[in-house]
Every structure is written in structure tokens, then in C-alpha cells.
Design a protein around this ligand. Structure first.
Ligand code: NIG
Ligand code: FE
Length: 411
């Protein structure tokens, strides 16, 4: 029993019961969590446990335990920042105006092209460590700040090094279709993406596209997805119906997208398409908050229709500069008027499903990775009640406490 750890004396143990429809939280008191070889083996009642059965017994002293949070949509590998653009937006410019005038995503593209792989790795690793300390235990990371072959590959190479160096699940997504680079027309650049797509097959798990007015069209989305399927990508994702209605959501769901992301302008027809395609709706309230958007997705219609919801930071320097999934949970509850239970299920099981990882992590059920958080509170609902707090006491990855340097850089 050398590799079996008993976490005893848990106050509130929160797991996800994904077998119920819709998936629900399962909350129990006074349990012990048994972790073998980094996975949950079982949950035992009471604290009368025979310590000789375990290699280690850890007394959690009545703390709350919840599954690690899953951040299924991030752009966390980039250089630079965009505080001046924030000031422009706060003085009346729109996000898309800034992009059309050569700033926005293109601003970050210039900085990221100039940065070498070593410095990108250093800043991205510091960001991820901060995110883990704040409770994230599985990640999706997109490219999309290169828009040329070398830089897109450099970003994905940093992503695969992060995957190797930090022992957390990381899903990589090729987002060449994020914006049209300076010096190309949309159709020239899109043809370039299509031509070179096979080169990215071994570098990323999936593809994504920003389908938006004056960026990429629904027709582009369709072409990209059909080609990506032929090339062998199985995870298709799309930024759709974020700043206007384009119709990309229904098309993406029809073509088998694993997730449709943003969805502020999605309508009941899109919701039916997501339900029909078993496509996860990834919602990012941090973007609504930071861009001052007034449009709230039809979250209750999605729940009523039985669409799986997921939550993510969208961590990026332009529309959501946050590393904190706890903030996202809190915003989701209060901007969308959903319950703590609905939000927490979305940020664990739902986000894991968006990454096709829900068998492996996200619910803290026997057989899954023992990725969990102890909280500095006796009631998980404090995450949703108090805002601006950090309730994570300790992050555990595969049953091991993660030691985070005291002040990882905020960059
Ligand atoms: O998800 N919408 C497009 N892409 C990102 C923003 C990226 C940026 O502004 O740098 C998003 O919001
Ligand atoms: Fe995004």
C-alpha cells in the first residue's frame, strides 16, 4: 500500500455526479478520500480509518474539498499587454474598431512575433503556475498570436513544453484563423491557412476559428472544419456569436464541433443545434465584464434544452486579462443568474467535456485523476457569495500538493 494516500477529516466533500441528468453536485460530510497512484480510488465514510493501510494519512482538518477547476478556453501564450487599448475602449472605441485599425489582436501578434521561445515559455509558465495556485488543474491553450507559420509553430511548441513540464492535462488548439495579418487580404490568408493546415496536425489537438463580422465568415468556418476533419483533427472549436450574430454556431455544431465558445448572440436555433450535436457551450463572463458587453447569452434556455455548459477565463491580453477561474465562477453566477451548483458543474465536468477529458478529470469520482482543491472555507458556496477573495488553500495534482513560488510574475 506504499502509494496509497488517505485524505481524512474532510469537512464538505464536493464531487460531480455526471450520471444524473443534468449532472449535479454530490455533497457529503465527514468523508475520507483515498488516492492510489494519483487517482481517486474510493471515498470512505467517517474518520475511523486504519492508518497502517496507507503510505500516508493527511488530516484535512475539516476543510472543504472540490474538484480542480478546468479552464477550457485560454490564449495564455503571448507577449506584451494592451492597457492603452483598455483606456481607448473606456473612452468609447469598440473592440472591433481597434482590431480594424491594426491594433487589438494584431498588436499582440507583433509583440509575440518578436519574442523568442524562451521568453514566451517563461511568461506562460508563470501564468500557468499562478492559475494552478488559483485552482485550475486542466487547461486548453490556443495559438493565434502568430498568424504566420514560424510564430504559430513557436507558440504551439511552447504549449507542448508546458504540457511536459507541468504535470497537468493540457489540450492544444491551432487558431491560425484568429485575425487577418497585415499585408494579406482575408482570402489570401485563409487560403494560406488551408494549404498549411496538415503541418499543424502533430502540433495541436484541435482547430479553432474566430467567426465574426470583418474577421472570418461562416463559409470560412465550414471550409476550415471540413478540411480539418480530412487532415485528421478531431477537436473542432469555434469563437462564435461573440460580438454579433453570424450563424457560425449552428454550422459548427452541425459539423461536429466539440465546443462553441462565447455565444452572447446565439439564438434558440443555435441552442437546438448544440443539443443535437452534443456540442458544449463554453461561456466566458470575464469577457462580458471586461469589454462592458450588455449582451448576456441565453444561459437558461441552454440549461433547459440540456446543453452542457462550460466556463473558462478566455485568458488573453485584449478581452479577458484574468488568470482566475474563481472570478469566472463568481461572475457566471451573478451575470447569468445561475446557481453555484450550475456554475461549479460547468467549470469542472462541463469544461472537462469541452476538452473530451471528462472521463479522466473534472468530477473527482473513483478512477479519475485526484486533482482537487482544499478551500479556506467550510461551505463551497462562499466562492460565489464573497467576491474578490481567493478561497484556494491548496491545489493538489494527482494527490500531490503543488508548491507554487510565493509571487509568480503577473505578466
Ligand atoms: O476570445 N475573440 C477573439 N479572440 C479573443 C480575444 C483575443 C484578443 O483580444 O487578444 C477572445 O475574446
Ligand atoms: Fe478566445
Amino acid at each position: 500500500m506504499n502509494d496509497t494516500i488517505c485524505f481524512r477529516n474532510i469537512g464538505q466533500l464536493v464531487q460531480v455526479d455526471a450520471t444524473s441528468q443534468p449532472p449535479r453536485l454530490k455533497i457529503s460530510d465527514g468523508r475520507a478520500l483515498i488516492v492510489k497512484n494519483g487517482r481517486v480510488e474510493k471515498v470512505l465514510k467517517g474518520s475511523g480509518l486504519k492508518s497502517s493501510n496507507y503510505s500516508k494519512v493527511i488530516d484535512l482538518k475539516g476543510k472543504t474539498v472540490i474538484p480542480g477547476l478546468v479552464d477550457c478556453h485560454t490564449h495564455l501564450i503571448y507577449a506584451g499587454e494592451r492597457k492603452s487599448e483598455m483606456e481607448c475602449r473606456l473612452s468609447g472605441s469598440s473592440y472591433l474598431d481597434i482590431l480594424q485599425s491594426g491594433g487589438g489582436i494584431l498588436n499582440t501578434v507583433n509583440a509575440t512575433r518578436e519574442a523568442d521561445e524562451k521568453s514566451l515559455l517563461k511568461t506562460a509558465k508563470a501564468r500557468m503556475r499562478r492559475m494552478v495556485a488559483l485552482g485550475t488543474t486542466a487547461f486548453e491553450i490556443k495559438s493565434g498570436y502568430g498568424l504566420d507559420l514560424d510564430t504559430e509553430k513557436k507558440i504551439l511548441s511552447v504549449g507542448s513544453r508546458l504540457k511536459k513540464e507541468l504535470s497537468v492535462p493540457v489540450t492544444l488548439t491551432y487558431l491560425g484563423a484568429h485575425a487577418v495579418p497585415d499585408g494579406s487580404t482575408r482570402s489570401e490568408y485563409f487560403d494560406f491557412i488551408m494549404e498549411h493546415l496538415p503541418q499543424f496536425r502533430d502540433l495541436a489537438d484541435g482547430v479553432d476559428i474566430f467567426c465574426e463580422e470583418d474577421v472570418f465568415s461562416v463559409k470560412d468556418l465550414k471550409r476550415l472544419f471540413l478540411h480539418a476533419k480530412l487532415v485528421g483533427f478531431t477537436q473542432l472549436r469555434a469563437h462564435v456569436e461573440e460580438l454579433s450574430y453570424q450563424g457560425g454556431c449552428a454550422e459548427a455544431a452541425r459539423l461536429g464541433a466539440v465546443s462553441c465558445d462565447h455565444l452572447e448572440y446565439a439564438n434558440p436555433r443555435d441552442i437546438r443545434a448544440m443539443k443535437h450535436g452534443d456540442t458544449v457551450a463554453v461561456l466566458m463572463p470575464g469577457v462580458t465584464f471586461f469589454l462592458g458587453g450588455e449582451k448576456i447569452p441565453l444561459v437558461h434556455s441552454m440549461l433547459d434544452a440540456g446543453v452542457t455548459l462550460a466556463l473558462a477565463t478566455d485568458c488573453n491580453p485584449g478581452s479577458s486579462p484574468t488568470y482566475n477561474m474563481q472570478t469566472v465562477l463568481n461572475l457566471a453566477c451573478h451575470l447569468y443568474r445561475i446557481t453555484p451548483e450550475q456554475a461549479l458543474v460547468a467549470a469542472t465536468y462541463g469544461s472537462a467535456k469541452a476538452l473530451e477529458g471528462h472521463k479522466e478529470y473534472g468530477s473527482l469520482q473513483p478512477g479519475q485523476r485526484a486533482d482537487f482543491l482544499t478551500l479556506k472555507t467550510k461551505d463551497y458556496r462562499d466562492l460565489f457569495y464573497y467576491f474578490g477573495e481567493n478561497f484556494v488553500d491548496q491545489t493538489f495534482i494527482q494527490g500531490n500538493p503543488v508548491r507554487i513560488p510565493k509571487n509568480p510574475a503577473i505578466e
